[in-house]
Design a protein around this ligand. Structure first.
Ligand SMILES: Nc1ncnc2c1ncn2[C@@H]1O[C@H](COP(=O)(O)OP(=O)(O)OP(=O)(O)O)[C@@H](O)[C@H]1O
Ligand code: SF4
Ligand SMILES: [Mg+2]
Length: 333
């Protein structure tokens, strides 16, 4: 079915209690994810990008119910995943799988590859023994590993092959949604391309929906249909891939994009490198207005007075910046 929503996340927030100062001081909270909403259509890829600490992984973990949400809802195929219990929860868990950044530390070193790939079927109590063996055989083939490699341990594989095992494991339960958290960041560039190609091929073969997390816009430009840019727990810009790459609106996105080596000669000439000075403010005590104000090259006094809401400025292109209006022109241009 075309244009069918698989995932709808509304007003999702995750907070962590952190200790600050002396023992008598009251608990403080770090809002790692702050009022985040997005949708992903079945068979499509939404990329979440942003620098380290912006809340990408925490968003993904909350969507997969691996960290508790403080508020918000995660609608998966029409059901609120965050409130499911018992059998319904078990069935829903099978639909959402993770691929992690570091294939080595995410694979149990004492298990043979075949047992690693089978593990989600075991833990969710899916399939009989013979059936599981056939599933594992099929998955090894699907990710481009040889049958005899099933007997090997993780340390006997290269980084790229280990990520193939991680991908096979993620596919075992026939999931709808795969969350890829920096799946190629730990790999050499040549191997990155192979793994990205594999992910794309599997997406087509199994009609998978991806939430694809990366700090690198260069990686996601070949991998996604739409992009959400996060800064300090918030989405600051969201658009389809072409709109975001051709007409980035938020000053933070403009700066991120200017660092991406472009294959397109015209674009390479047109963009000059924009450096973002300084560090993000303390996430436990965020500033009152725009959270990017202390680093924004075009900030104005009003930017620190009120927080810019994320709003649609042009056919689904959403941005949170006081200086962008319906003419959809970036204050950086
Ligand atoms: N378990 C935790 N307890 C306290 N704070 C946490 C916890 N996990 C994450 N954080 C904080 O939440 C914020 C978001 O972290 P998160 O790991 O989601 O960012 P990220 O965008 O995935 O970064 P990276 O690119 O480094 O992976 C950071 O300020 C981080 O320090
Ligand atoms: S609201 Fe102001 S400080 Fe924030 S990104 Fe826009 S121009 Fe920069
Ligand atoms: Mg992360």
């Amino acid at each position: 079915m075309k244009d069918e929503l698989l995932l709808k996340v509304d007003n999702l927030s995750v907070r962590f209690a952190v200790k600050r100062g002396g023992g008598w001081r009251k608990k403080s909270y770090l809002y790692a994810v702050d009022d985040v909403s997005f949708e992903v259509e079945r068979g499509k890829t939404l990329a979440i990008v942003g620098e380290s600490g912006s809340g990408k992984t925490t968003t993904a973990l909350a969507v997969a119910r691996l960290v508790p949400a403080f508020q918000g809802s995660v609608d998966l195929e029409g059901e609120d995943f965050l409130t499911l219990e018992g059998d319904k929860l078990r069935q829903a868990r099978a639909k959402v799988q993770f691929i992690f950044q570091d294939p080595y530390s995410s694979l149990n070193p004492r298990l043979r590859a075949e047992a690693i790939v089978r593990e989600p079927l075991d833990s969710l109590g899916l399939a009989e023994v013979d059936e599981k063996r056939a599933i594992v055989d099929r998955l090894f083939k699907a990710v481009g590993l040889r049958p005899e490699q099933q007997r090997l341990f993780p340390h006997q594989f290269s980084g790229g092959q280990r990520q193939r095992i991680g991908i096979a494991r993620a596919l075992a339960t026939q999931p709808e949604l795969i969350i890829c958290d920096e799946p190629v960041s730990a790999l050499d560039v040549a191997v990155q391309a192979q793994i990205l190609n594999l992910l794309r091929r599997l997406q087509e073969e199994f009609s998978l929906t991806y939430l694809f997390i990366s700090h690198d816009l260069g990686v996601v430009q070949h991998m996604c249909d739409s992009i959400a840019v996060m800064y300090m727990g918030k989405i600051v810009e969201q658009a389809d891939r072409l709109s975001l790459f051709n007409n980035p609106l938020h000053p933070y996105t403009v700066a991120l994009l200017s660092a991406v080596p472009s294959v397109d000669k015209k674009r390479r000439k047109a963009t000059r490198r924009v450096l973002i000075p300084g560090d993000p403010p303390d996430p436990v005590d965020p500033p009152a207005g725009c959270r990017f104000a202390n680093r924004c090259p075009v900030a104005q006094p009003r930017c620190s007075e009120s927080e810019p809401p994320l709003r649609d400025v042009k056919g689904g292109h959403r941005v949170a910046c006081h200086l962008v209006d319906e003419s959809a022109k970036s204050p950086m241009s």
